[in-house]
Design a protein around this ligand. Sequence first.
Ligand SMILES: Cc1cc2nc3c(=O)[nH]c(=O)nc-3n(C[C@H](O)[C@H](O)[C@H](O)COP(=O)(O)OP(=O)(O)OC[C@H]3O[C@@H](n4cnc5c(N)ncnc54)[C@H](O)[C@@H]3O)c2cc1C
Length: 414
Amino acid sequence: MTGSTTPLEADVIVVGLGAWGSQALWRLASRGVRVIGVERFGIGHNLGSTHGATRLFRIACMEHPGLAPIALRARDLWYELGAATGQTLLRQTGGLMVGPADGQVVTGTLRAAEHAGIDVTVLDNAELAKQFPQYAALGPDHIGVWDPAAGLAYPERGVRAAVAAAEELGATVLSDTRVTNIDLVDGGVVVRAGGYTLRAPRIVMAMGAWMPKFVDVPLVARRTPMFWFEGENPGDIEAGGAYALENFPVFIRQLSDGTSLWGHGADTEDGDGYAVKMGLEDAGEVFSDADADEVDRYIHRDADTTLLSEAVGRAFPGMNPEPFKAIPCIVTNSVDRQFVIGRPGGDERIVIAGGDSGHGFKHAPAIGEILAQLVLDEEPFTDVAFMSPDRTYDGTSWADDMTVAPRAVATAQS
Ligand SMILES: Cc1cc2nc3c(=O)[nH]c(=O)nc-3n(C[C@H](O)[C@H](O)[C@H](O)COP(=O)(O)OP(=O)(O)OC[C@H]3O[C@@H](n4cnc5c(N)ncnc54)[C@H](O)[C@@H]3O)c2cc1C
C-alpha cells in the first residue's frame, strides 16, 4: 500500500513483520480480529534477523525446558501454514547433537528430550564415527544424540507465507512503512508510520533488533554473520554427496575446548543452494554489539572468519575450512538469552516480543500464537512466565529495569 493521511483503526496493531510479528498477524487474523501489520522494509526482507533460506529446528531445546511445548506447537503450525499456502515450511530430517558426553550440548539435549517426551538415540563414539564419517576428528569422550524430530525451517519463505495467509484472512499490511512514534493514550495506542496514523486499543511490538530503540529493556543487538562451506571434492555438496543434507544432517557440535558450531549439509531440495551452512555459537566474544540501523554489512576476512575457520578445520577435516560465502545477520540478546515476551509492567495495551537471542525462528508460529493469546487476554497454551519481561534474573528484579512506561515507548529515535 502507498502512503495516506487517512487514519486507520484496528483491534490490534502489530509492529514489525519479521519472524514473530508476521506469525502474530496470522494467528490474530485467524481469530477474526481486525489487525494491521506494519513493516518498515519489504515482506521477507534480508535486513533483520530472519534472512537467508534456512534455520535449525529442534524440539529438544537445551536452552530452556519451557521451550519444548512451544516447539511442539510451532511444528504443528508450520505444517498448517505450509498446507494453507502450498509450500514446505518445515522438514524434520533429523539432527545430531555432538560433543563431550558430559558437555552442555549432549546433556542439555538429553534432558530436554526427556522433558519433551521426544525419543532420541545415543550414538557412542565408535557408532557415531561409523555412521557419520564426517565426524572422524571426534574427541575420545565425544558422543552423539540423534534427534529424529530436528530439521530445517525456512525463514524468508515462512515470513511471506504468514503475511500472505493473514492477508487472505483480512489483515491489513503496510509494508515499506516505518513506525516512528508509538504513543500510549487513554484506552489504547496511536501509532505514526509513514503517512498513516493508526489507532487501536492494543499493540504487539515485535521489532527484533530495533526493539531497544522503542522499549526501555536490557536487550543488545549483535552482529552475527552466517557462513557457507564446501567439501574438499566438488561432488560433496551435490545430492547424495558426503556434505549433502541427507548425509550431513542438521547439527550442533561442541568441541573439546567448549567452542560450539551449528549447521547443516547442503539442502539441495529446499535450501539456498549455497552448500554447507555453518556458524559459531556466540559465547560472548565472537560477535559484536551493534546498532540495528548502523550494523556493519561488510564481511571482514580475518576478523570474521579466523575463529570459525579454525574450528571448522578441527571439527571436519574433510571440509574446506575457508568459507566461500558469508552474509552478516543480526540477533538480539536478552540478559539470560531467553525470549522477552509479555506485558511489561502489566500494561494491558502493550505486548512485546524481543530478545530472540539467536534461537527464535523455529518457534515463530507458536510465539505468534502466544502473542495473539496474550494481547487478547486469552490463557496462553503453555507457561510463559520464564519469558516474562518482568521476570527476576539472577537476583535482580527485571521489573526494575524493564518497565515500558508511556514515556519509554513514546518516540522512536530511528
Ligand atoms: C546467523 C543466524 C542463525 C540463526 N540460526 C537459528 C536457528 O538455527 N534456529 C532458530 O530457531 N533461530 C535461529 N536464529 C534466530 C532467528 O533467526 C531469530 O530468532 C528470528 O529470526 C527473530 O525474529 P524477530 O521477529 O524477533 O526479528 P526480525 O525477523 O528481525 O523482525 C523484526 C522486524 O521488525 C521490523 N521493524 C523494526 N523496526 C520497525 C519500525 N520502526 N517500523 C516497522 N517495522 C519495524 C524489522 O524490519 C523486522 O522485519 C538465527 C539467527 C541468525 C542471525
